[in-house]
Design a binder for this molecule. Structure first.
Ligand code: AMP
Length: 290
């Protein structure tokens, strides 16, 4: 596996693969890798043959300094996991290296506006977050020029933002992969490392609530957003998790506010805090997957 500490030399390697006519899969990450990330790497490898992974805790997408500072980092550990998963290139860099034209100064960065799918939910609670995501993802795509790029459904709204970036650039093909969960049902996340054993147990309530909502959709034929979100809120309250939102959306027609009319398709989305650790999750109610 190639390991590069600067984006330009990583970009050179990627360019050489494309010139040689190879397909390249790309998985952008913020590191502290777990099985969820590795499932994306394996899928990219199976579909493209070659895989590049970026590990960069992107300061542009953090709206809380404390969240950024304590975000787990372990580049050497990540590199070992990636080598075992069959990754061909891992690279990282500094903000200055990714945006040399700005000298790392935020006010000189050419920000990319994320569009309507950034409105509501994560976009409302984390001002500027999706602007930071769209900006780094576009820059990473320009550097890697991947054939396909792989993202997790766990960050549902992010997949909409990223699809928009890819539409604007004209590449790459975006592949959205299912959420990997711990045996308890808790969605795997780098932030889970920050949970105490007791908080981790309480956090399972998020998935329990989502499953109850899906049962309402499937078994009772419930289609009203307010009724579908009720069991999620109940489970979070029982587990003493602090609710940020539990809402329904039509996954194919994103709206900043929750639809009032009965839903034809539905994804339930949750953000909650266990102590100071912020967790998000979601579940398609209208599909048999995950
Ligand atoms: P992150 O390092 O959190 O920015 O995540 C990098 C990529 O991995 C994103 O596309 C995430 O959606 C994806 N990802 C994170 N957690 C999971 C998970 N539990 N299952 C599948 N994909 C995930």
């Amino acid at each position: 596996m190639q390991r590069r500490d600067d984006p330009v030399s990583a970009s050179d390697w990627c360019r050489a693969q494309l010139v040689a006519g190879r397909k390249l899969g790309f998985v952008p990450t913020m590191g502290a890798l777990h099985e969820g990330h590795l499932s994306l790497v394996r899928r990219a490898r199976a579909e493209c043959g070659l895989v590049a992974v970026s590990v960069f805790v992107n300061p542009l997408q953090f709206n809380e300094a404390r969240d950024f500072e304590r975000y787990p980092r372990d580049f050497d550990g990540d590199a070992r996991l990636l080598a075992d998963a069959g990754c061909d290139l891992v690279f990282t860099g500094t903000l200055e290296q990714f945006f040399p034209e700005s000298g790392g100064a935020r006010d000189r960065i050419a920000w990319r506006e994320p569009g309507a799918s950034a409105e509501g939910l994560e976009g409302a609670l984390r001002p500027g977050h999706f602007r930071g995501v769209a900006t780094i993802v576009a820059r990473l795509f320009e550097l890697v020029r991947p054939t396909r790029a792989y993202f997790g459904e766990k960050d549902f709204q992010q997949t909409l933002v990223v699809r928009q970036v890819a539409r604007e650039l004209g590449y790459p093909t975006i592949v959205v992969c299912p959420t990997l969960r711990e045996p308890s049902g808790l969605a795997r996340s780098s932030r889970n490392e920050l949970l105490s054993a007791e908080q981790r147990e309480r956090a399972v309530a998020i998935h329990r609530g989502l499953l109850r909502s899906r049962a309402l959709w499937r078994e009772d034929g419930e289609r009203r957003a307010d009724a579908l979100r009720a069991p999620i809120r109940e489970e979070l309250a029982l587990a003493h998790l602090e609710l940020e939102y539990a809402e329904l959306r039509d996954p194919d027609d994103w709206t900043s506010a929750e639809p009032v009319a009965p839903l034809e398709r539905a994804v339930a989305l949750v953000a909650a805090r266990a102590g100071s650790v912020r967790l998000i999750d979601n579940l398609r109610l209208d599909e048999s997957s995950s």
